[in-house]
Design a protein around this ligand. Structure first.
Ligand code: GKR
Ligand code: MG
Length: 458
């Protein structure tokens, strides 16, 4: 067994004097070093995988899918190694993901967290979201074992802080009486000061501009993304203008109707977007071909988290030319490894890279920061739902990670750099058990306020 001098010192704490002139260890010492090496790597073998589904309170924000329900679902994955290291991950909620993670758990026992790229076998191979939770927990464990931050493990950081965008949703007030009557609510939220948050109803351009201003005051955002596909497109256009005007046209804006517009609407609104400081036009229509047509006819920069979402979408995108910006998301692009690859492909294709977000808690927030700090091509502000997370619902110790001046710092600790708050995690799991929600269903919630609501196209 040939080991470098550094290996020998690292593995066994032996002095240089134990190495022979040829660079080989004396047989007894070599055996000891090998044993220690084996022990160290077996320390990183997976002993247990703990899967905890959670439900976190969600304010009634609106999108093309309807109105967010009283809770959003996430899944916390913990990997405990033979050496007692615990790595944590967070991924999407929902029955499929929880089932696939639990099915995979037993097969992962005995495998090394170092070999996380080998772990994407069935049932994780067919469920990228489940794999992402495992990969993240492995990376966190490796970070804790080595004392390195996650971004350092994957070759970064390429930047020391990351920029995030305001994610502006139309919404109902958190104490809307019809929504408070929802039988799935199992916490003590109520009217007025007992409401989940105090942002109130936002369903006009003026109210939206005010929300953007308040978010800017609190978090310092300089890029503002309007979630559209909710109100008539002309109203949403007016809202985007009002946001831009509120910042004197000096801040960049984005608009994302989640494919709820017809091609003609998207072209007509798109032409009216000229003159605004538009960073990009995100998924106004569904499908690469329709996106490509809007792009051709408006000459706007287009982005997506809907029509280019996996490797198989890349070849058709080269033919169709639907986008200029792709939104990375480690939950479905094949984890950190997949997003690093995506960054390189995007560069070759002349696309910029941003980062997509769904509702999430602080473990994912930390992951998104490490990702944005690791992908060289991810140069523009990341989306994040994080400001909508109710402060008291955060499951990481020490409360929410700060957003200051529209930026977030890389947590300084090993791995992800965040710890779970066990009491809060237990409470969030209890909410999951009690509320009965098992999948996202925004249409049902929307119909409580607007009976008969359908996701028709504008
Ligand atoms: O949370 O309602 C929402 C968003 O619309 C989310 O589901 C989208 O996936 O934020 C996402 C997007 O950029 O399309
Ligand atoms: Mg989007």
């Amino acid at each position: 067994m040939r080991l470098s001098r550094r290996d020998c010192l690292n593995l066994s704490g032996l002095t240089a004097g134990a190495i022979t002139a040829s660079g080989l260890l004396a047989p007894a010492l070599a055996q000891e070093a090998a044993t220690i090496s084996r022990r160290r790597s077996s320390d990183l073998a997976i002993k247990e995988v703990i899967v905890t589904p959670i439900a976190l309170p969600d304010p009634p924000i609106l999108a093309a899918s309807g109105c967010h329900g009283p809770y959003f679902l996430r899944t916390i994955v913990e990997i405990v190694t033979e050496g007692g290291i615990r790595g944590i991950g967070e991924t999407h909620g929902g029955e499929d993901t929880v089932r696939d993670l639990r099915r995979a758990a037993q097969a992962l026992v005995g495998q090394s967290v170092l070999a996380y790229r080998r772990l994407g076998v069935q049932p994780l191979a067919r469920n990228a979201r489940a794999y992402a939770g495992i990969e993240l927990a492995c990376l966190d464990a490796i970070g804790r074992a080595t004392g390195l931050r996650l971004c350092e493990l994957v070759g970064g950081p390429v930047r020391d802080e990351i920029e995030v965008a305001a994610y502006l949703f139309f919404r109902y007030a958190a104490d809307h009486p019809k929504l408070l009557a929802d039988k799935r609510i199992v916490d003590s939220r109520g009217r007025g000061e007992q409401a989940l948050d105090q942002w109130g109803e936002v369903r006009t351009p003026e109210a939206m501009a005010e929300l953007a201003w308040q978010f800017h005051q609190r978090f310092g955002f300089r890029v503002h993304k309007l979630k559209a596909g909710v109100l008539p497109p002309e109203t949403e256009l007016a809202a985007l203008r009002a946001i831009s005007d509120r910042f004197g046209g000096k801040h960049q804006v984005r608009i994302d109707p989640n494919g709820r517009w017809t091609t003609e609407t998207a072209v007509s609104i798109g032409r009216s977007l000229k003159g605004l400081p538009l960073e990009y036009y995100e998924d106004p229509v569904r499908g690469q071909e329709a996106m490509a047509e809007v792009r051709r006819r408006t000459d706007l920069a287009m982005s997506t988290n809907m029509c280019v979402v996996e490797l198989d979408d890349i070849a058709p995108a080269i033919r169709n030319q639907p986008i200029d910006v792709v939104l990375a998301d480690h939950h479905y692009w094949g984890g950190f490894a997949g997003c690093l690859t995506l960054g390189q492909m995007a560069e070759a294709l002349g696309w910029k890279v941003s980062q997509h977000s769904n509702n999430h808690a602080g473990v994912t927030m930390a992951a998104m920061i490490h990702l944005a700090a690791s992908v060289p091509q991810l140069t523009i502000a990341s989306d994040t739902h994080y400001p909508w997370l109710v402060e008291s619902a955060e499951i990481i110790a020490g409360g929410k990670l700060p957003i200051t001046g529209g930026k977030m710092e890389i947590p300084s600790g090993a791995g992800l750099g965040v710890e779970l708050d066990r009491d809060r995690l237990a409470r969030a799991h209890e909410m999951y058990e009690k509320c009965g929600m098992r999948d996202r269903d925004d249409a049902t919630t929307m119909r409580m306020v607007e009976p008969g609501w359908e996701r028709t196209l504008f």
